[in-house]
Design a protein around this ligand. Structure first.
Ligand SMILES: Nc1nc2c(ncn2[C@@H]2O[C@H](COP(=O)(O)OP(=O)(O)O)[C@@H](O)[C@H]2O)c(=O)[nH]1
Ligand SMILES: [Mg+2]
Length: 325
């Protein structure tokens, strides 16, 4: 048991920043403590904790503005919100920029809102893993967790594995059908939003392009991703978006949620091991098939605990090999 775990689970707001700092700390002793904390939170929260909503889309689409509108809507009914803003590009600036807009508007003094910006520092397990840790910490302490990230293609898959509901934010004139298809953005999101509907006809055109694109793909029969037009700036369509997020959660159900979280866990373990030990490390474990067997054999095991266990095995195997050669 860590000291921070029970405090977070008791919603002690003063434990949030220290916990986030701990999981970001790369010194070996801190990393061991963080692993214990994360495994503990994951075990306690399981498939529960705060609903996790991801907002993804190109820079300038209006994700932060929309996020701010959603935050204020939650605050209006006295629910608390933890926000993670991921900015893979802000290595140089240290990554404090993305959250600023939200921080200013949603009120820096509001203890019901917590905003953490993450930049692509040289994260040992990668930005996705650091984000995942942050999401877990916040989902222990707040009613909702919102994640803003710039993602196209590859990184979208990572975001989809981090959240329960993925919202893609497009802006009017963002592209035609072919571009959306090429960018691979039609497959993963659960909800599509065309923001800046206040600009008029161009928004409706983009909305129709997206809708047409979605009609072409294979999708889960239980949920057809809706395409909503909103204006985050003017607060238009935010209620409908909020209702849609709730509807997606209902459609997911307990089973769907469990499947999604477990898919996220598996993806995180795979990515974490490769980031730390490379394909060489994976071979030491017996290869990808062996890893899949291990994942399947431990369905209830927290990902962060599994990452530790398998990592230890890899290190032991590599050490043995080095010693024996
Ligand atoms: N006209 C209009 N502009 C918007 C809307 N939402 C955001 N913007 C503007 O679009 C720009 C980018 O917004 P931002 O939220 O920072 O986008 P992000 O990069 O996706 O987070 C800013 O200048 C916003 O003021 C909207 O609904 N309508
Ligand atoms: Mg933003």
């Amino acid at each position: 048991m860590t000291e921070l775990g029970p405090r977070l689970l008791a919603r002690d707001r003063s434990a949030v920043a220290p916990a986030l700092n701990l999981v970001d700390d790369r010194r070996p002793a801190a990393r061991r403590e963080a692993a214990v904390l994360l495994a503990e939170l994951e075990a306690k929260i399981g498939r529960g904790g705060a609903p996790r909503i991801g907002l993804t889309g190109a820079p300038g689409a209006g994700k932060s503005t929309l996020l701010d509108a959603l935050v204020r809507r939650r605050r209006a009914v006295d629910e608390t919100v933890g926000v993670i803003a991921v900015d893979p590009s802000s290595r140089r600036t240290g990554g404090a920029l993305l959250g600023d807009r939200i921080r200013v508007r949603s009120g820096a003094g509001d203890p019901g809102v917590f905003i953490r910006s993450m930049a692509a520092r040289d994260q040992l397990g990668g930005l996705a893993e650091a984000t995942r840790a942050g999401v877990l910490v916040l989902s222990a302490a707040f009613d909702w967790v919102l994640v803003e990230t710039v993602g196209v293609g590859q990184s979208e898959g990572e975001v989809a594995d981090l959240v329960d509901t993925l919202v893609f934010v497009a802006q009017p004139g963002a592209g035609d059908l072919l571009q959306f298809m090429k960018a691979g953005i039609l497959e993963l999101p659960d909800v599509f939003v065309v923001n800046k509907a206040d600009v008029g006809a161009a928004a409706e055109r983009t909305r129709r392009e997206l809708e047409a694109g979605l009609g072409l793909g294979e999708r889960d029969a239980k949920w057809t991703p809706p395409v909503l037009a909103v204006s985050a700036r003017d607060g238009i369509g935010i209620d409908a978006l909020d209702d849609t997020l709730a509807a997606h959660r209902r459609a997911l159900g307990a089973e769907g949620l469990a499947a999604r979280r477990s898919r996220g866990r598996d993806a995180a373990v795979r990515a974490g091991l490769v980031a730390r030990y490379g394909s060489f490390g994976l071979e030491a474990l017996g290869g990808t098939e062996a890893l899949e067997r291990r994942l399947a054999a431990a369905p209830g095991e927290p990902g962060f605990a599994l990452l530790e266990t398998l990592g230890n095995e890899i290190r032991a195997a590599l050490g043995d090999r080095a010693a024996g050669s």
